[in-house]
Design a protein around this ligand. Structure first.
Ligand code: CA
Length: 429
């Protein structure tokens, strides 16, 4: 039995008294109601808000949540989360008597600062797309792109939470060591030359589990709070030199960007999909397998990557869409990632972030990184204005977008995750 089922708050015909929420292409209609943290320019403390159209409703001013601590909200039991969603839905619904009071608790999103959604204690990044793993693996090991453990283990590593930044914050090109030149033994040290993005989803942990107490697959979704867009910026040249034998380190932890609005698991209830597991792959071990997970464990979220170069910006060009893919094409579901993470007794805390790993689709043009789209830099992408890119250049802006669309249901979106590359700090090599 699924943890999250569609209910009256998903009714496609429901409309809000906030007019912008009723626009057909709006990411934040009444049926979505994602949570985030915001503050007025100059304020130091974060406040909690729910996005509705191009506005946000302050949860304290609306009398719904008296504090600004998202992690506390994320820890709530499911019944309390459902009660809050129901109260928001009713109060923001067309004709609600709340309109008179709540109109004063609305703030235009464009007039405030939107932050990282919560205090992220720990961050783990997975490798859940078999298409990404195969394409990248082929570049390094043409004879064996997928290592044998991939079929069985949701591969991941512990990342760094301190450098996760809010969407809109610029990201500085890192310095680091890279492989010695051909025939040499001394590594080069300097600014990254192969800077990349990674199209991911960030899964926020809701209710925690105690140390030593694994979360069974059937319980895993109750421990998930919601989903945001996540760009795991990557320095490919640093990565290639440092990654053996312990995995990614400084190539990954200089910055990751996260979108401000966490779309809840409740909001995603109508947009679930079967797990896409190629026939050539074995069934997972029993602790990672269930009928329910196979039938509807995946998230049916459409994903897009956009790139705007400085030349495009100067010409008033909004940018090129580099790729599209679907989160439902991942090899592991969110529940499988969470269950595997806790199977050894590891405790997850409210607000911890699980990155899915780059979500590439099966087709070559569905790569979720430039490493894939440019074949490791060997086939530069030709952009619509005649420019080319193998990897990111200074001033490039990367925007991730995501949305759910299905006949019979109201479209909802994840908003965007945006970041612009700043030049490396000056220094000497
Ligand atoms: Ca990653």
């Amino acid at each position: 039995m699924s943890t999250y089922l569609p209910d009256a708050t998903h009714a496609a015909a429901a409309r809000s008294w906030v007019a912008s929420a009723n626009a057909p292409a709006c990411d934040f209609p009444l049926q979505n109601l994602p949570y985030g943290r915001w503050r007025r320019p100059g304020d130091s403390d974060w406040r909690l808000g729910a996005a509705i159209g191009d506005q946000l409703l302050d949860l304290a001013e609306a009398g719904l949540v008296p504090h600004g601590d998202m992690n506390r909200l994320m820890a709530w039991p499911l019944s309390e989360r459902r009660r809050l969603r129901q109260a928001l839905f009713e109060g923001l619904h067309e004709g609600s008597p709340r309109q008179a009071d709540w109109a004063a608790a609305l703030h235009p999103q464009a007039s405030v600062e939107l932050g990282v959604p919560c205090e992220i204690g720990d961050y783990t990044d997975f490798y859940a797309s078999i298409h990404h793993a195969t394409t990248v693996g082929r570049q390094f090991r043409p004879e064996q792109p997928l290592l044998p453990n991939y079929s069985w283990v949701p591969v991941g590593y512990h990342g760094r939470a301190s450098s996760i930044v809010a969407s809109g914050q610029p990201v500085r090109r890192p310095w680091g060591q890279t492989r010695p030149p051909e025939g040499g033994t001394r590594p080069r040290f300097g600014p990254c030359r192969r800077l990349d993005y990674e199209l991911e989803l960030g899964l926020f942990v809701g209710a925690p589990n105690a140390l030593g107490e694994p979360v069974a697959l059937g319980e895993a979704e109750a421990h998930l709070f919601g989903v945001a867009l996540f760009n795991d910026w990557s320095a490919r040249d640093l990565q290639a030199w440092e990654y053996q034998p312990l995995g990614p380190f400084l190539a990954k932890n200089f910055a990751s960007s996260v979108s401000p609005w966490v779309v809840t698991m409740e909001a995603l209830a109508p947009f679930r999909a079967p797990l896409q597991r190629p026939d050539t792959q074995p069934a997972p071990l029993p602790y990672l397998d269930s009928e329910d997970n196979q039938q509807q464990g995946a998230l049916d979220i459409q994903l897009e990557v956009w790139l705007q170069t400085p030349a495009m910006r100067a010409a008033g060009h909004a940018g090129d869409r580099l790729s599209t893919s679907r989160a439902a094409d991942a090899f592991w579901t969110p529940a499988q990632l969470l269950t595997h993470h806790t199977v050894n007794g590891c405790n997850l805390r409210s607000g911890d972030l699980l990155g899915t790993g780059t979500l590439s689709g099966p087709a070559p043009e569905q790569g979720g990184s430039l490493l894939e789209l440019s074949a490791g830099g060997q086939q530069p992408l030709r952009l619509s204005n005649g420019e080319q890119r193998s990897f990111l250049e200074d001033g490039d802006t990367v925007v991730l977008r995501g949305f759910c669309e299905r006949p019979g249901w109201r479209r909802i979106g994840l908003g965007e995750c945006r970041g612009t590359v700043l030049p490396a700090r000056t220094g000497s090599e």
